[in-house]
Design a binder for this molecule. Structure first.
Ligand SMILES: *[C@@H]1O[C@H](CO)[C@@H](O)[C@H](O)[C@H]1NC(C)=O
Ligand SMILES: *[C@@H]1O[C@H](CO)[C@@H](O)[C@H](O)[C@H]1NC(C)=O
Ligand SMILES: *[C@@H]1O[C@H](CO)[C@@H](O)[C@H](O)[C@H]1NC(C)=O
Ligand SMILES: *[C@@H]1O[C@H](CO)[C@@H](O)[C@H](O)[C@H]1NC(C)=O
Ligand SMILES: *[C@@H]1O[C@H](CO)[C@@H](O)[C@H](O)[C@H]1NC(C)=O
Ligand SMILES: *[C@@H]1O[C@H](CO)[C@@H](O)[C@H](O)[C@H]1NC(C)=O
Length: 525
């Protein structure tokens, strides 16, 4: 009997991973990052793993095998010690300035905040054992050293798509002609200047990161993790030794590109398991809408209520003209003067659930990747107003796929806004294209969340899956780029050419000296 049971179950056993101890490091306090990252930690716990999360966002009702180590709760602006800026002004910022003033500064401050938090310090003193460390890949390299501390494989998860710095570290092909650096906005990525800008920016970011940023991260390791600081390998070694990189992308929407087997696309991971329902009042509002609903949000970081006055007026006039549509606007002030009767404002809307509703006709968005993926997942057309970082290029992909119109922030006025909005509402092709891309995005062997789970457990089962890492990561740059071989071929060609030229010259010489002799002979005769 037992033998029979074994026969039945053995085929399944090979893909089962026993409950593992997993450390999940996602301390960055951004609401949108957490939307993407929390389902991964919770799902690991649901599958029976003992999950410890370093986080700044407390779960309301965590399962018993989900342990939270809290980072002091501060917003990025408090951490940076600056007043919260009007984020709409970032529309003027170059990708370089965005790095200098936001990413580098914010990354260092958040990493220090994490390591200096009381709970985290207590936790690091304890004698814990982990089978895997998963860290968000977002300018917090000092925390990658925890993989060394616990002698565990390291996996990274990115809320952005591809990461050029990681590609360079693990020697995934950069594909600069088609893959745009993750925080760069370029008008026409495939043009000469688009590709030139991409190459320049990738090099710029890489050099600042290597020669400046990582040094600062190293100082944090020395300050807060002195017991391992002297022995820990360099950040380059740590990152090129990463077992798994989970990228928030999918080839049905992002440009298809060559990826190493340990770089896995999990775009849509936060959408795989959503069965939340709308609150009754919103449900009724959406059900009852005559001509459909337009939803507007500029995301969790940007406050709509800080939009310039004349642009606010343009929005209100356009909404008034669309009298039979219901408009939902994430508006953070209690007050909004001169509000049309078809406009409903709230400080916060359950965006994911709203976008699922069949009456949603249009989403006016800033083009943040997570919101864009929610539109892709649900097949909702977009009007995009990009503000900073990757937003323009996310929207450009949507525009190229035929379900989005980009409206630059500076070009917002009643005429332009009405034009793009009514074009999308009246031309059915936007909706059809959105539905088609949604179908493609979901057409996969398994859901994004199951994909993430499979590869995380795969790495645990295979003790870091050393054999899956690119052997090229250990090669010297000239061996990797084949320069030595090309140089040898070039040298051989040069030598052969020199020999051929010499032979040719010698023959010529022989020929001409013969002629001279003949001439001389004639003269003598
Ligand atoms: C689960 O992880 C916590 C650390 O957060 C640890 O204290 C506990 O012993 C672990 N439980 C098991 C069963 O390994
Ligand atoms: C670290 O935290 C302590 C309080 O726990 C605070 O007094 C100190 O200023 C913090 N240090 C830094 C560099 O933030
Ligand atoms: C490559 O380097 C890593 C350290 O970065 C080392 O652990 C690994 O054994 C090396 N692999 C090969 C094939 O040399
Ligand atoms: C759906 O929601 C219910 C109640 O909120 C929950 O008990 C259930 O586990 C959820 N199902 C999935 C697949 O998440
Ligand atoms: C709204 O609906 C009413 C009644 O059906 C109609 O008369 C009016 O023209 C519509 N307005 C717009 C802007 O379509
Ligand atoms: C590289 O990762 C493996 C686990 O995947 C680990 O055993 C090894 O020590 C790491 N090497 C270095 C140099 O960090």
């Amino acid at each position: 009997m037992n033998g029979l049971l074994l026969l039945i179950f053995v085929p399944f056993l090979t893909s089962i991973t026993e409950s593992a101890n997993i450390l999940y490091v996602t301390p960055f306090s951004s609401v949108s990052h957490n939307i993407l990252l929390r389902p991964i930690g919770l799902e690991l716990a649901r599958r029976g793993h003992n999950v410890t999360v370093i986080t700044s966002q407390k779960e309301k009702d965590p399962p018993p095998n989900y342990h939270e180590v809290m980072v002091d709760d501060k917003k990025i602006w408090e951490v940076l010690g600056t007043a919260r800026p009007n984020v709409f002004n970032m529309v003027e910022m170059s990708a370089e300035d965005f790095h200098t003033y936001v990413l580098w500064g914010g990354g260092l401050a958040c990493t220090e905040l994490t390591l200096n938090s009381t709970d985290v310090k207590e936790f690091l003193k304890k004698d814990n054992k982990f089978d895997l460390v998963i860290s968000e890949q977002f300018f917090q390299e000092a925390l990658y050293t925890l993989a060394y501390k616990y002698n565990a494989p390291l996996a990274l998860v990115s809320t952005f798509g591809n990461c050029m710095r990681h590609n360079i570290m693990v020697r995934n092909p950069l594909q600069l002609a088609t893959v745009t650096s993750e925080f760069l906005d370029v008008k026409d990525p495939s043009s000469f200047w688009g590709r030139f800008r991409n190459l320049y920016f990738t090099a710029y970011e890489y050099f600042w990161w290597t020669f400046w940023y990582l040094k600062k991260q190293e100082e944090l390791v020395k300050k807060y993790l002195p017991d391992i600081a002297n022995d820990v390998p360099s950040f380059h070694t740590l990152q090129s030794n990463v077992s798994l990189f989970m990228s928030n992308s999918h080839f049905s929407f992002d440009p298809p590109s060559a990826l190493l087997p340990n770089i896995v696309e999990i775009g849509g991971v936060h959408l795989s398991k959503s069965n939340a329902t709308l609150p009754a009042d919103l449900q009724k509002l959406l059900d009852d809408s005559k001509e459909g609903v337009i939803y507007i949000s500029f995301g969790s970081n940007i406050k709509s209520s800080e939009i310039a006055l004349e642009k606010k007026k343009a929005f209100l006039s356009v909404f008034r003209r669309l009298e039979n549509h219901t408009i939902l606007w994430k508006w953070e002030d209690d007050q909004l003067e001169d509000k049309p009767s078809n406009l409903v404002t709230r400080q916060w809307f359950p965006q994911r659930e709203i976008l699922v509703h069949p009456n949603i006709k249009l989403f006016i968005s800033h083009g943040g990747l997570i919101g864009t993926q929610e539109a892709v997942f649900n097949g909702v057309p977009l009007v995009g107003v990009p503000i900073y970082a990757d937003q323009y290029n996310n929207l450009l992909l949507a525009e190229q796929a035929g379900f989005c119109k980009i409206l630059q922030y500076h070009e917002i006025n009643e005429k332009n806004l009405y034009k793009v909005v009514s074009e999308i509402l009246n031309d059915n092709s936007y909706r059809e294209n959105a539905k088609e891309i949604s179908r493609r995005f979901k057409d996969r062997p398994m859901s994004a969340l199951d994909t993430a789970m499979f590869w995380i457990e795969y790495v645990i089962r295979n003790k870091g899956a050393e054999y899956m890492k690119n052997p090229a990561r250990n090669m010297s740059w000239f061996a990797y780029s084949m320069i030595d071989v090309y140089a040898a071929i070039l040298l051989a060609l040069i030598i052969v050419s020199i020999i051929l030229v010499s032979i040719f010259k010698y023959l010529l010489f022989l020929l001409s000296s013969n002629k001279v002799e003949i001439k001389n002979k004639k003269k003598v005769a």
